[in-house]
Design a protein around this ligand. Structure first.
Ligand SMILES: [Zn+2]
Length: 324
């Protein structure tokens, strides 16, 4: 039922009615299995995985809390601007070369300013890897049952803060022991503005329209990676368009000891910030746990997330970077 649908157009009520929520995974059996057979698991890179720095999961979880402490971070609000400055300062201190990439959304009522937050580790390296996530939060809790609640903004602990928290801690880790590749951090704005897809994925579209040289070899988009009950499956668009990058990431998850949280099969077809990048020719996969019952509700709060989930994702991405 998710085939070809935007994640914003899948109703949580439908999701739960089909038995795909936390209560069970009855829908999995009906999903087509990933055909393996002669599929290669991707070339191992020349990096040295013994150099992988530790990922401080408690500090990452604290970054999740700090973002939520600003309140809902929907574009057009003071909290949005305050969080933007917090992210830029963090990346400037950890990675360096942090900058803002401004753009606007014109809607009939007003012009809404938005900013992607960028930083580059070892920007002179001819080999560049892209790590990205959206930092804005949904202005409307569309999946609430009460119509009045549906007009309220979400805090976005998982949908927004979790993925950014992982990237902020990876940024710290890279300082301790540099990987063999350059790393571009991009925090996208305007992913979740909505309500429809014409007002979504805005930062990713903007970034993809003016990619810096050289093009990244590959990339990872993180979204909804903080759920206490984490399960990240291969996402269908990623698998179809960048299977070798999925191979890299799922091998990294296994080698980092997190295969239990990364079931190596395809589930969900998600429209997300990776699609504009794939269209621009950058092989980017979406690591996303869409089995999250609090998605686009007022219940998407820090207590639904855990440091251990952030650790599993952070260590997996670090492993892939140092094995690149
Ligand atoms: Zn969302």
């Amino acid at each position: 039922m998710a085939d070809g649908k935007s994640k914003t157009t899948i109703s949580r009520r439908t999701f739960l009615a089909l038995g795909l929520g936390a209560a069970g995974i009855a829908g999995v059996a009906s999903l087509p299995p990933l055909v393996r057979g002669a599929v290669s698991l991707g070339e191992r890179g020349g990096g040295d995985v013994s150099l992988i720095p530790p990922f401080d999961a408690d500090r990452a979880y604290n970054y999740l809390h700090e973002q939520c402490a600003f309140g809902p971070r929907a574009p057009g609000t003071q909290a949005h601007v305050a969080c933007r400055d917090y992210l830029r300062e963090h990346l400037n201190e950890s990675v360096g070369e942090a900058s803002l990439q401004p753009f606007t959304l014109e809607i009939p009522e007003r012009t809404i300013p938005m900013w992607n937050v960028l930083a580059a580790h070892d920007s002179g390296n001819p080999r560049q890897i892209l790590l990205c996530a959206h930092w804005d939060t949904r202005p409307t809790a569309d999946e609430e049952d009460d119509p009045a609640d549906r007009r309220r903004p979400i805090i976005g602990a998982n949908d927004g803060a979790s993925s950014v928290a992982v990237l902020l801690e990876i940024a710290n880790a890279l300082r301790k022991s540099p990987p063999p590749v350059g790393v571009r951090f991009v925090l996208f704005d305007g992913e979740d503005y909505g309500p429809g897809s014409d007002r979504m994925y805005l930062g990713a579209k903007h970034y993809a329209s003016m990619l810096p040289e050289p093009n990244p070899e590959w990339g990872v988009l993180l979204d909804l990676v903080g759920d206490r009950d984490l399960q990240i499956w291969r996402e269908r668009n990623s698998e179809d368009q960048a299977p070798e990058v999925n191979d890299r990431l799922f091998r990294a998850a296994r080698e980092a000891g997190h295969s239990a949280l990364f079931p190596d099969d395809v589930r969900w077809t998600i429209t997300d910030d990776h699609l504009p990048l794939l269209e621009a020719g950058v092989p980017v996969v979406d690591l996303i746990d869409f089995d999250y019952p609090h998605w686009h509700t007022l219940e998407d709060t820090p207590d639904k997330c855990s440091p251990e989930s952030l650790r599993a994702v952070g260590e997996t991405v670090l492993h892939a970077l140092y094995d690149a």
